[in-house]
Design a protein around this ligand. Structure first.
Ligand code: ADP
Ligand code: MG
Length: 252
């Protein structure tokens, strides 16, 4: 379970603190899939980095299955990030000199061994439609294929939290749809909490729980009410299929 309470983030600047996030509350259970939309610069990436323990909050707490990563010593924090969090960024960030299979196995090279890592990597890549591309280098793949490899890499350790920051942002609509299909195929029936930041209307709408970053806070646009603390009101007609992001950019 991912629980965020009273989260705030500001950056110091010469002219005082720049507030990015304030009063963010969120509670997601294993198996939940939530999307977050919002204008550029509204703090979506900042929020994901905090959820993934890459960046500390200025105030408030984040716990994943009862553990607050920001209370951990640095070695434990590194283990937490490696084992507990899968991250997919807009850029695939694959290692160019490594094969597809090796890239997926990278997170298993540090920390404790993953039983059957090779088999799991092959299975994930099979579900990515890349079973016959295991020995290819990233440069030999399309953008969508690279993103599917990045997703397989993020899931190799079966993390309880999967964070995706604009995972289809560099892809055309068709390639983005294949990545989204893989994302929900692999997430379905799993205990992983999925949080995806996106401008892609279709991808956002496929998440049963939907939020928008507005001002400094997170506003629920759709999803089960009781999950989130706070006083957001459910959007009228906020059923699956309504447009969660009118700022969406075509082809994004
Ligand atoms: P989004 O992902 O929604 O486009 P970001 O989370 O990347 O937005 O950024 C939110 C705001 O925080 C932006 O105004 C950005 O310039 C600012 N910001 C992000 N990182 C830093 C930093 N390290 N120092 C100062 N400001 C930052
Ligand atoms: Mg961003």
């Amino acid at each position: 379970m991912l629980v965020v309470t009273g989260l705030a983030k500001s950056y110091p600047t010469p002219r005082g603190a720049l507030d990015i996030l304030a009063g963010v509350d969120l509670a997601l259970r294993p198996g939940d899939a939530a999307s977050i939309v919002g204008p550029s610069g509204s703090g979506k990436s900042t929020l994901l980095y905090i959820l993934g323990a890459l960046e500390p909050p200025t105030a408030g707490t984040v716990t994943l299955d009862g553990v607050d990563p920001f209370t951990l010593a640095s070695a434990e924090l590194a283990t937490f990030r490696n084992r507990r969090v899968g991250f997919v960024f807009q850029d695939h960030l694959l290692l160019p000199q490594c094969t597809v299979l090796e890239n997926v196995l990278v997170p298993t090279l540090v920390g404790d061994a993953v039983d059957g890592a090779g088999d799991r990597a092959r299975e994930l890549l099979g579900r990515a439609g890349l079973a016959d591309r295991l020995d290819h280098r990233p440069a030999e793949l399309s953008g969508g294929e690279r993103q599917r490899v990045a997703l397989a890499r993020a899931l190799i350790r079966r993390p309880p939290l999967l964070l995706c920051d604009e995972p289809t942002g560099n892809l055309d609509r068709a390639a983005g749809e294949v990545v989204a299909d893989m994302l929900f195929d692999l997430h379905g029936g799993q205990e992983t909490v999925l949080v995806v930041v996106t401008h892609n209307v279709d991808l956002a709408a496929r998440c049963p729980i939907r939020y928008r970053l507005e001002g400094l806070g997170l506003k629920r646009v759709a999803g089960d009410d009781e999950r989130s603390a706070g006083d957001e009101e459910p959007a009228a007609g906020g059923e699956k299929g309504t447009d969660p992001d009118e700022e969406s950019v075509a082809g994004d």
